[in-house]
Design a protein around this ligand. Structure first.
Ligand SMILES: Cc1cc2nc3c(=O)[nH]c(=O)nc-3n(C[C@H](O)[C@H](O)[C@H](O)COP(=O)(O)OP(=O)(O)OC[C@H]3O[C@@H](n4cnc5c(N)ncnc54)[C@H](O)[C@@H]3O)c2cc1C
Length: 241
């Protein structure tokens, strides 16, 4: 009969992870009653890495796992485990205290977390109904990742130019009604964020795509060559190029 140093019951992400770590210390058997690993909760996960979700112990586990996801051991995978996103936690008026609590807890560990009022939340996700919400908590971790990943270029076009360009076609349900108004509202909310993030701001105006593309390449090359783009500090050269 085979013998094992460790026997793990259940091969969801918890069992598989424990097995992976324990394999360095002895023979491991992972038992799973379903036809395949990860059949239950793990298989239903949306696969979002979020450090502000769940009770304190889960949040601590998520924070502890972060470096592994960002920089897995050599040979673990050929593909990045994380790609940048952000997360918006929304609440109704009767959930306002919960939202405040979540914000207070989360901002202790993640300084970039922001409390948004209903207008700002709806401008970020126009699908939301303004009269349903009291506000939201935004985890913009994804933005920091963008800044640390390379050069961020903001093609700054006024809302009326964007409205002319995108029109109100069936491909853009958000802009079906009042595209100019929607784009203006989005612009007001997003402008400070884009300004904070961008290494390079190119004013689009009526310029030709070819000329803009050449500017993007030139600016990116200059920043990459001088090593001025990476890092999480304040934007470098966030001005008109
Ligand atoms: C819809 C949904 C979306 C989610 N989205 C996210 C997300 O975006 N990000 C995130 O971090 N988390 C998310 N989660 C939570 C996350 O999926 C779970 O926290 C995680 O998958 C739990 O893993 P686990 O290994 O503990 O449990 P499970 O995945 O449930 O694994 C337990 C395994 O044990 C097996 N088992 C149980 N009893 C026995 C037994 N007696 N003998 C043999 N095998 C047994 C089961 O068959 C199962 O395969 C989501 C969850 C759901 C449901």
């Amino acid at each position: 009969m085979d013998s094992y140093d460790f026997i793990i019951v259940g091969c969801g992400i918890a069992g598989a992870s424990a097995g992976y770590e324990l394999a360095a210390h002895g023979r491991v058997l992972v038992l799973e009653r379903e036809s395949q690993p990860g059949y239950h909760t793990t298989g239903r996960s949306a696969a979002l890495f979020v450090q502000t979700h769940g009770p304190a112990v889960i949040r601590a586990l998520a924070r502890g796992a972060k470096n592994f996801f960002l920089d897995p051991p050599a040979g673990f995978t050929e593909h990045p485990l994380l790609t940048p996103r952000g997360m918006l936690l929304i609440g109704r008026a009767d959930q306002s205290a919960l939202l405040d609590h979540n914000f207070a807890q989360s901002s202790r560990h993640i300084a970039s977390i922001r409390r948004l009022d209903r207008k700002a939340a709806c401008a970020l996700v126009p699908l939301l109904k303004e009269d349903y919400l009291v506000g939201a908590v935004l985890d913009p971790e994804a933005r920091r990742r963008l800044r640390s990943a390379g050069v961020v270029v903001w093609l700054d076009a006024p809302p009326h130019t964007l409205a002319e360009r995108v029109g109100s076609g069936w491909r853009r349900p958000l802009l079906d009604e009042d595209p100019a108004g929607t784009l203006s509202r989005l612009d007001a909310v997003r402008r400070p964020v884009y300004g904070e993030l961008a290494n390079v701001v190119l004013r689009v105006g009526g310029r030709r795509p070819q000329a803009l593309a050449e500017d993007v390449i030139r600016a990116s090359r200059t920043l990459l060559e001088c090593g001025c783009s990476a890092g999480t500090g304040p934007a470098v050269g966030a001005s008109s190029w």
